[in-house]
Design a protein around this ligand. Structure first.
Ligand SMILES: Cc1ncc(COP(=O)(O)O)c(C=O)c1O
Length: 358
């Protein structure tokens, strides 16, 4: 006789979480332009460091990545207790949300923005308050300020914004910071900062606005997405609860050594940034030649707002062996940095346009 068993149930918030989107055609294509990875492999200095430290993989790393914290604090001219590292900036965002938000609180963020936001906010048990981007795919600062309520604990700003690439100017960001009460955290996600045109510096702003937390990453301009290293910078009083909530040994010794080595090879980062800048110019101007306007991008990607034709363009890209990231009914995001992949996307656009005319 089979016994009826009742399995353990997760918290209802977890059952309700949205799922991550999938890259199109990921298994079959030649080029991955779907995940905003660097198209250039890590610096040889990083590869050497991984091999060196890997030989000591039987030993624990320091509890909180002391060497990397010290290197970042020196570079940013902040105290070491203002810096935290983690397994990607996503892990740090989770830590910030866990420490500062929770049930019966709200987190305001623009939408469309990085798809992990509503998921991580939901995991923390808080309520996401999405504020639509404006007609130019940019943050609507006034609407975000107006969305703040007594339950708001954090405002999350993606600058440059994934997936639209749009940036806030420094004066827009200051207007947002001036409009948000100082007991509310403003989390600035600067994952794409190195590629930005505006060069707004969240770390400079946090000296004036102590409620700012800046998130940065080694995944993009340093080409270390697979090694999982991110960091947060905050006023030391705001950082203290984050240190308390930090998972011990959160960064592997290999990841820490890789990040330290990456910091020593700025020429490599410059090459990654240069390939991205030239790739997005090439793709945007090729699209403009074909009558498709795209928002100026400060990220390593270009947003093609195809609205109801997004899924069809996605299929054309896969047919040309490029995987892209598509949000149906909104647009297609294409990671740049590989000229052949950018040209394949342009060829896909040509084929797609010809198809529509036949
Ligand atoms: C805006 C934004 N923040 C954070 C991340 C994740 O960064 P990490 O690899 O450091 O977790 C991404 C990755 O695509 C991103 O687009």
């Amino acid at each position: 006789m089979t016994r009826a068993i009742e399995l353990p149930r997760a918290r209802p918030e977890i059952d309700a979480l949205p799922a991550y989107s999938k890259a199109s055609g990921a298994a079959t294509v030649r080029w991955r332009a779907s995940s905003n990875e660097s198209t250039i492999a890590p610096s040889p200095a990083v590869v050497d460091a991984i091999a060196r430290v890997g030989a000591h993989g039987h030993l624990y790393p320091t509890l909180f990545a002391d060497d990397l914290v010290a290197a970042l604090a020196e570079r940013l001219s902040v105290s070491a207790d203002s810096v935290l590292t983690g397994a990607g900036s996503l892990a740090l965002l989770q830590q910030v949300l866990t420490a500062y938000t929770g049930p019966d609180t709200e987190v305001v963020h623009a939408w469309r923005s990085y798809e992990a936001y509503p998921i991580l906010i939901g995991i923390a048990g808080a309520t996401a308050v999405p504020v639509p981007l404006d007609a130019k795919h940019r943050h609507d600062v006034d609407a975000m300020i107006a969305a703040v309520t007594p339950r708001t604990r954090a405002v999350l700003v993606c600058n440059p914004n994934n997936p639209t690439g749009t940036e806030l100017t420094e004066s827009e960001l200051r207007r947002l910071l001036d409009g948000v009460p100082s007991h509310i955290l403003v989390i600035l996600d600067e994952a794409y900062r190195e590629f930005a045109e505006e060069q707004v510096d969240g770390v400079a702003l946090l000296r004036e606005y102590p409620n700012v937390v800046v998130l940065r990453t080694f995944s993009k301009a340093y080409g270390l997405a697979g090694l999982r290293v991110g960091y947060a910078i905050a006023n030391s009083a705001v950082a203290a609860p984050l240190h308390a909530a930090a998972p011990p040994f959160g960064l592997s010794s290999v990841a820490e050594a890789a990040a330290c080595a990456a910091l020593t090879d700025s020429g490599h980062t410059d090459r990654i940034v240069e390939s991205v800048r030239s790739g997005r110019d090439h793709l945007r101007s090729g699209l403009a030649d074909r009558g498709i306007e795209t928002p100026a991008s400060g990220g390593n990607f270009v947003w093609i707002p195809m609205v109801d034709r997004s899924t069809a363009l996605d299929a054309a890209c896969v047919a040309h062996s490029v995987s892209v990231r598509t949000f149906a009914g909104e647009g297609v995001r294409v990671t740049v940095g590989d000229r052949d992949a950018e040209d394949a996307v342009l060829a896909a656009v040509d084929a797609f346009t010809a198809d529509r005319q036949n």
